[in-house]
Ligand binder design. Structure first.
Ligand code: NDP
Ligand code: 2IT
Length: 455
């Protein structure tokens, strides 16, 4: 066996042994194990000749959250019934800054999902270049069908426990699925009331109380900037590309909007009931209508097909429609290996993950094997938390920057993240963004952990 083969075999053996340990220590947490595998499979080859990271057990420590807080959230519905949900905050890694990451309200939320999201967030936040650690929180609360007052009472009860664990220099939550401007307002109001402090403890706030311009748009816009940068790196352009988008929430609608601004054609959007297809490409007016439908009106995406003659509704997911690019923007594991094969066959040449871990491992493997340009979530959707970091800076300095300045900072940040991926993943015709983003995110956190000793 040659020296190179021997070392590859050893790396594979280390990875397998490591994953056995992760699996054993986290029973019943498949999403978390999936997220750790995705990162570890890039990092083990990278650290094969860097014994310090092994000796200091950096990857073992990184896969263990610093703290998981789980708590009861009692609230009263409009009929006077007492309801009980479970809330969590996973404070994953504070090596490079206060814990930072969103809060998700969805009936599917559990510890595995929040640990996967908190783990991913650690590397994503590192990629932004800003001093933010990784965290995530949420509750198995279903906001669908609840009145504004019910949502307010839930948010107040949630923060009545959460407030003691967060703080502007400790842990700064934001939105995620099911948590937008309305929920952040209720949570910030309750935090301020309990603590008697007006500080930047949450991001995604309203403009009247310390929010940042461009935060609402940042994730979707940033994802499309990243897609444009991937295409440009490979001597192609986004202009004229037909794009499949899933989801119809904050991320998906702003991704569609930025596609339109850059000359691309978004042809699908979806929700948990199915997808809508517009072969002509959605117009800005249609995207605005869908924003309102899925935002303030809290309706179903199928209603778009009733409203517009050139829009059709279909059950299932949009991945069977022919297109050039795809931006999955709904939720985790929404693209499987079979769907990836269909997309590849149909000519999809670039996939940018705007949701967190939307592609199953089998789908990721298929895209990598087929040579599809594949932008992983931690790089593609980092613009959201990136502008959250800028909201924290503005809050600390008690200033607010104008929209043009923030738009430029977002665009520059997405370019720098792209360049970091190229630096660590780019020795061939095609950049390996998976490897690039994992290694670039890892190095800063790992080196900070090395400096701290055994903590
Ligand atoms: P929203 O709550 O605004 O929208 C979520 C969208 O995804 C809705 O269309 C929803 O449909 C759909 N969806 C949610 N769960 C499922 C499911 N199980 N199956 C099918 N469709 C589903 O969330 P965001 O747009 O904020 O978040 C979307 C993704 O982007 C998530 O993965 C999130 O973690 C990620 N993300 C968000 C950031 C942000 O700044 N908001 C930043 C970085 C990543 P329905 O209405 O039927 O529930
Ligand atoms: O997944 C994510 O990066 C987010 N939901 C945004 C987190 C944030 O703190 O803005």
């Amino acid at each position: 066996m040659s020296k190179a083969h021997e070392s590859d075999a050893k790396t594979k053996e280390y990875l397998e042994r490591y994953m056995e340990g992760v699996q054993k220590r986290n029973p019943g947490e498949p999403e978390f194990v999936q997220a750790v595998y995705e990162v570890a499979s890039s990092i083990f080859p990278y650290i094969a000749d860097k014994p310090m990271y092994h000796e200091m057990q950096i990857l073992e420590r990184m896969a263990e959250p610093e703290r998981v807080i789980s708590f009861r959230v009692p609230w009263t519905d409009d009929k006077g019934n007492i309801r009980t949900n479970r809330g969590w905050r996973v404070q994953f890694n504070s090596a490079i800054g206060p814990y930072k990451g969103g809060i998700r309200f969805h009936p599917s939320v559990n510890q595995s999902i929040l640990k996967f999201l908190g783990f991913e967030q650690t590397f994503k936040n590192s990629l932004t270049g800003l001093p933010m650690g990784g965290g995530k929180g949420g509750a198995n609360f279903n906001p669908k069908g609840k009145s504004d007052n019910e949502v307010m009472r839930f948010c107040q009860s949630f923060v009545t426990e959460l407030y003691r664990h967060i703080g502007a220099d400790t842990d700064v939550p934001a939105g995620d699925i099911g948590v937008g401007g309305r929920e952040i307002g209720f949570m910030f109001g309750q935090y301020k009331r309990i603590t008697n402090e007006f500080v930047g403890v949450l991001t995604g706030k309203g403009m009247e109380f310390g929010g940042s311009k461009m935060r609402t748009e940042a994730t979707g816009y940033g994802a499309v900037f990243f897609l444009r940068n991937m295409l440009a790196q490979h001597k192609d352009a986004i202009d004229g590309k037909k794009v499949l988008i899933s989801g119809s929430g904050n991320v998906a609608t702003h991704a569609a909007e930025k596609c339109l601004q850059l000359g691309a054609t978004p042809i699908t959007l979806s929700d948990s009931g199915g997808f809508v297809h517009c072969a002509d490409g959605f117009t800005q007016e249609q995207v605005d209508w869908i924003k309102e439908l899925k935002g303030a009106r809290r309706g179903r995406i199928s209603e778009a097909a009733d409203e517009f003659n050139n829009v059709t509704f279909h059950e299932g997911r949009p991945w069977g429609i022919e297109a050039d690019c795809a931006i999955p923007s709904a939720t985790q594991n929404e693209v499987n290996a079979e769907e990836a094969a269909v997309m590849i066959k149909n000519g999809v040449m670039a996939v940018a993950e705007a949701a967190n871990m939307p592609c199953e491992q089998g789908a990721v493997d298929s895209f990598m094997e087929a040579g599809t340009l594949f932008g992983p979530a931690k790089a593609v959707n980092a613009g959201g938390v990136g502008v959250s970091g800028l909201e924290m800076s503005q809050n600390s300095a008690r200033i607010s920057w104008d929209e043009d300045h923030l738009r430029k900072l977002l665009e520059d940040m997405m370019r720098d993240i792209h360049d970091s991926c190229v630096q660590y993943g780019g020795d061939g015709d095609k950049v390996n963004y998976l490897q690039g983003s994992n290694i670039a995110g890892f190095v800063k956190v790992a080196d900070a952990m090395l400096s701290y000793g055994h903590v």
